[in-house]
Design a protein around this ligand. Structure first.
Ligand code: AMP
Length: 426
């Protein structure tokens, strides 16, 4: 490639077929699952005022301090490409006068974080962020978890992921805990890595999910957040676990799960996998009751989570769970004289087989060449439109797998294809 060719920006990737086709199949399954649970799509701007993220995600979090794509627009206003969708969703429901109403929404699309790119971690990535507003119960938290559980089951991924669960209680409880945690860690300062030492001043709770083994060992004897919960928080968590058990959804308590963003309370959860190396979280979320009020809206309980689409797609690809979709029919056309007939038949076949792809060659190369393309497309059947076929209003149909060939009028062709499709499905 010439050095003059412009390349994509680091961490921003192109997704082309067949990967893009697997991704579309994944999105279809996600949409279907959300529909089954009564969640409706919301389409929100990719660009928001920077202050929105500073005030919601937390000014000391990694996302806000290091990872945001922030710049001045032409009127010198500081704007940011959304690093996640919950803040925008909360802003929207307040601005549209919908706070306090019960709403089940989802926001899907690109998110932007200036992280160090590696497998499963990109600077532009895709999430489906699922948000429930107006319901305070533990049942609502469990409904979100159940939605993800059913989806992972239907995607064939349930054996590759596990649910980690924790409660981080209420902000007051967390503050007490944080005070004791900081006091404990200050006494063990020399055992902390550089990052954790810095966090001791800025965001001490994040030290809990440090990956450093020495820090982990030091935390074994540290105060535990669970001991600081009051009765409301305890009851909420007990109800969550009771319902999960009743639904036979396996979970694992991870007392060090605190999540990177500041706005959570009570339930937090993460679906993780061992199959993607360092990028183990595929889906994460929790309850964020205070966030609507924090942004100036009327107090509205809320909970939500985000599917990491890119990582789920990697899991599907690595485990060869799906194939890219292939056409049912590839049409080989001898010359322009047969083109109209081929297009008319294609239109009628698409009505008969609305979920299948019917692909036309549309360029009058040698039949041999066209058959090669048909093979490459992975189509089940080739239909040949030549002079004779045009005169007889019949086509030659070849099953590319068995090699069987027949000449059919339109209705016979439909009957034959229907029977063959039934057979292949069995
Ligand atoms: P978070 O908003 O950080 O809770 O992330 C929710 C999910 O989005 C994670 O579990 C990941 O699956 C996915 N995710 C977060 N950051 C990235 C990234 N930089 N690249 C790809 N996926 C990501």
């Amino acid at each position: 490639m010439s050095e003059h060719n412009i390349q994509s920006i680091r961490g921003m990737r192109d997704i082309l077929p067949p990967e893009s086709d697997l991704r579309e199949q994944l999105m279809n399954k996600i949409h279907h699952k959300l529909h089954q649970f009564g969640y409706l799509p919301a389409d929100l701007p990719l660009l928001e005022k920077t202050a929105l993220f500073q005030r919601t995600i937390g000014s000391e979090t990694d996302v806000v301090t290091k990872e945001m794509y922030t710049f001045l627009d032409r009127s010198e206003e500081s704007v940011t490409l959304r690093p996640e969708a919950t803040a925008g969703a909360v802003r929207a429901i307040i601005e549209q006068g919908r706070a306090q109403q019960v709403q089940r929404l989802y926001v899907e699309g690109a998110m932007f974080r200036y992280e160090r790119p590696q497998k499963g971690r990109y600077r532009q990535f895709s999430q489906v962020s699922v948000e429930s507003f107006g319901v305070k119960s533990a049942a609502q938290d469990v409904e979100l978890i159940q939605l993800a559980y059913e989806l992972f089951q239907e995607l064939g991924l349930i054996s590759l992921v596990r649910l980690e669960l924790n409660t981080i209680g209420l902000p007051e409880e967390r503050q007490l805990f944080q005070k004791d945690l900081v006091a404990y860690l200050q006494n063990h300062r020399q055992e902390l890595d550089e990052d954790s030492q810095r966090r001791l001043e800025t965001n001490p709770l994040r030290i809990l999910d440090s990956k450093d083994p020495q820090v982990q060992a030091c935390l074994d004897a540290a105060p535990a957040l669970l001991d600081y919960l009051g009765s409301e928080s305890q009851q909420h968590f007990e109800q969550v676990t009771t319902l999960l058990n009743a639904l036979d959804i396996p979970w694992r308590l991870n007392p060090r799960l605190v999540r990177g963003l500041d706005y959570y309370c009570h339930t937090v959860f993460e679906w993780t996998t061992d199959a993607l190396g360092a990028q183990s979280a595929v889906c994460a979320g929790g309850r964020y009751d205070g966030l609507v009020e924090q942004l100036g809206g009327a107090a509205t309980p809320a909970a939500g989570f985000a599917f990491g689409v890119d990582r789920i797609l990697l899991l599907l690809e690595q485990n060869a769970i799906w194939q890219a979709r292939r056409p049912l029919i590839y049409m080989v056309i001898a010359s322009f004289a047969e083109q109209a007939m081929a297009m008319q038949w294609a239109a009628k076949l698409r009505q008969q087989f609305p979920d299948d792809a019917i692909v036309l060659h549309n360029d009058y190369q040698s039949l041999k060449n066209q058959f090669k393309k048909a093979d490459k497309s992975g189509a089940d059947f080739v239909l040949v439109f030549g002079e004779q076929e045009r005169e007889n209003q019949q086509v030659n149909c070849k099953d590319l797998q068995s090699g069987a060939q027949h000449c059919f009028g339109f209705d016979e062709l439909v009957a034959y294809l229907t029977a063959q499709k039934d057979k292949k499905c069995q």
